[in-house]
Write a protein that binds this ligand. Sequence first.
Ligand code: PAF
Length: 277
Amino acid sequence: MTQIIRTVADLRALVRGWKAAGDVVGVVPTMGALHEGHLSLARAAKADCARVIVTIFVNPKQFNNPDDLTKYPRTEAADADLLRPLGVDVIFAPSPDEVYPTGFATAVTMAGVAQPLEGALRPGHFDGVATVVAKLFGMTMADRGYFGQKDWQQLQVVKRLVRDLNIPVWVVGCETIREADGLAMSSRNAQLSIAGRAIAPALFVAMTRAAAALRAGDATALATCQTEVLAAGFERVEYIELRDASSLDPAEGLDRPLRLLAAAWLQGVRLIDNIPL
Ligand code: PAF
């Protein structure tokens, strides 16, 4: 049975019992509006852990645009219907006041991996993510945390966070789930028109071609990729960059794990994707 829990006190009472019984606890942090990508994280957690908590909390601290926060879809009942059949033990859906009570005064700020790309374009975003993830790990007392590779930079931020703050959570990065045509699943895809939805996979297609060209030593691959994405109908490319896979420093040489990351706008919707090289 999937329980919905709203307070830290209730959650902790339950988790303490699980831990006393020796159960490994997994957490899947989400902001709700769940799709197959999130469900794959819950399934991965179920496969590894005796107990699974999915958190649903639209974290105000990671939105730089108040309008975005207001408009963010809140679909808790539908989300619960998707999670129940997976055997998730708890949906932890706290109120903003439960997470950030009056007097809340602490923030996690991160340099390094949190600074380039998404960090530069969305000031304060990763500090908000790091703060809430540190809190969610503390609140749930989980042993393992599951995150999608779709948000590659976020995954590196969370890995850095647990190392830097000695948080005893093993961070698991799960493969990006794609539609049949290659488009990475995202709650934002639903904002595209039928025509936009038909254009959207061009980002992944161009990135896949660019990755092969980069491997073959083509120095013009990133510029070509950008041209292809714009020619397909995207309005604007924010970045298409090859970076060190874990530090996200600019890539130097092909002799280490690298990641090709991109953000581009289509019909006023910001899509991101990344693939290994
Ligand atoms: O990826 C997300 O949905 C959010 O950034 C997360 C990790 C749940 C933190 O609010």
